[in-house]
Design a protein around this ligand. Structure first.
Ligand code: GLU
Length: 332
């Protein structure tokens, strides 16, 4: 009989592991990695799973140091022979953590991030179904070479596209531009599309502070103008529509471009930032001419992570523009 693939399961808390203690006012992560693995005996049919408890915390409170530690642990597992890794975490920040891991992940072995929208004590709590499907995906040859994947609700998303789009629905995770890469049916992960990979980025220094600012009506730019004095090293502006800001903030944007990299994304929720369409003041053609870097299809959250990692690698302005062009515009 052929050996089953080794899969490491890293547990970090989240709704998937949350229960209500007697007398307490709300649920908190309490179930351990072993407890969670115990809910999916079927996992043993597809993989030899090693469960490791990494921490037990709300996913909104992850910092870069912790994420680097988790990523290094996951990478070490693969170096030691794991053919896939599953991370279970709170769903609040999965769209950020998965993309952060993806920037640093160069193994063919899949890293599959999962969680749950309903806690285990709720009717229809889907955590164990998600965990089982994540392990099946991590153990699957079909998932190799796809980088970091996000699995919830039977759907398999690419880290670069996935967004949390609902506060409580089990169908909260969506990839608005591309759709999911595939799904898990009867325990088998199926992929109907693949994504190109990009070289691994290797952060070498402390992560610099990068701000994320949404464009709003009647903005006078005071928040943008304050950023250099607050110690920020870069900023992502989520513009309106195809990548547009109010004319009133243009002087502040000009000051910022002189001081730090400025990335332009869209607050629209899907679609690439335009580069060649609108010629009015505050629109993308003039912003790009004046040194703003278009972020393509990356939303503000993901663009902020890419810029943070690039700055920590010591990337120049030209290198930053080239990376956003390559990673943000898939047609390039
Ligand atoms: N909604 C979150 C979850 O699904 C809350 C907890 C967290 O993100 O850590 O897990």
């Amino acid at each position: 009989m052929r050996e089953k693939p080794a899969v490491t399961f890293l547990a970090t808390g989240g709704t998937i592991a949350s229960t209500r203690a007697a007398g307490s006012q709300g649920i908190r992560p309490t179930m351990t990695a072993q407890d969670l693995l115990g809910t999916v005996p079927q996992a043993a049919d597809v993989a030899e799973v090693t469960a490791i408890q990494v921490n037990q915390q709300p996913s909104a409170s992850f910092g870069f140091a912790e994420l680097l530690r988790i990523c290094a642990l996951a990478r070490q597992q693969v170096a030691d022979g794991a053919q896939g890794v599953v991370i279970a975490q709170g769903t609040d920040s999965i769209e950020e953590t998965a993309y952060f891991f993806d920037l640093l992940w160069d193994w063919d072995a899949p890293l599959v991030v999962t969680g749950a929208m309903r806690n285990p004590s709720q009717p229809g709590g889907e955590g164990s179904a998600n965990l089982l499907a994540a392990i099946q995906t991590a153990a699957s040859a079909a998932a190799r070479g796809l980088g970091v994947l996000v699995l919830l609700n039977e759907q398999i998303h690419a880290a670069r596209f996935v967004r949390k789009s609902h506060t409580f629905a089990a169908s909260a995770f969506a990839s608005p531009i591309a759709g999911p890469l595939g799904w898990v049916v009867e325990g088998i992960p199926i992929f109907h599309t693949r994504v190109p990979r990009h070289p691994r980025l290797e952060p070498t220094a402390a992560m610099p502070a990068v701000a994320l600012v949404k464009s709003v009506l009647d903005d006078d730019g005071r928040l943008l103008r304050a950023l250099p004095g607050l110690g920020y090293s870069g900023v992502v502006i989520e513009g309106m529509g195809g990548g547009h800001v109010p004319m009133s903030v243009l002087p502040a944007v000009g000051e910022l471009v002189a001081a730090m990299p400025v990335i332009l994304c869209s607050r629209a929720g899907a679609g690439e930032v335009m580069r060649h369409t609108y010629g009015f003041p505050g629109a993308e053609i003039e912003l790009i001419r004046d040194g703003v870097v278009p972020g393509g299809a990356l939303d503000g959250l993901k663009a902020r992570l890419l810029l943070t990692v690039l700055l920590s690698c010591g990337a120049s302005r030209e290198e930053i523009a080239a990376e956003f062009s390559a990673r943000g515009y898939l047609a390039n």
